[in-house]
Write a new protein. Structure first.
Length: 119
């Protein structure tokens, strides 16, 4: 199953010291990781350790990068909906919008583990 990673999710690697890839695989063993070219561009503009580690993880974890368009949040939701995918984000507003549009969301619970909520 495709799992779409937003910038917020990718930066959890260092912000909360969670291996998002391992945690997502616990929830979805056949997870195929995807992010957008626009998310990569956002991360490249952020000059901090969280963004640098996130960018490094994209190549080391073989995350597929696809052009999805802008605005980024709407494009991520649209892609997830059209591809029957799950969105991974810790952004409350993005999660709310995704669930409202019928997209399942993986998010961080209690600052220590990932969980999934389905609409």
């Amino acid at each position: 199953m495709k799992v779409i990673l937003d910038s917020n999710c990718l930066m959890m690697l260092t912000e909360f010291k969670i291996n998002i890839y391992d945690e997502i695989k616990k929830l979805i063993p056949d997870a195929e990781f995807i992010t957008s070219a626009e998310v990569v561009a956002e991360l490249e503009k952020i000059n901090n350790l969280h963004a640098k580690v996130a960018l490094s993880s994209i190549s080391s974890e073989e995350v597929r990068i696809e052009k999805m368009g802008r605005p980024v949040d709407d494009a991520l939701i649209k892609y997830a909906k059209e591809n029957n995918a799950v969105l991974c984000s810790n952004d409350k507003e993005l999660r709310r919008k995704a669930l409202k549009r019928g997209v399942p969301v993986i998010f961080m619970r209690a600052k220590k583990k990932l969980d999934i909520i389905r609409p």
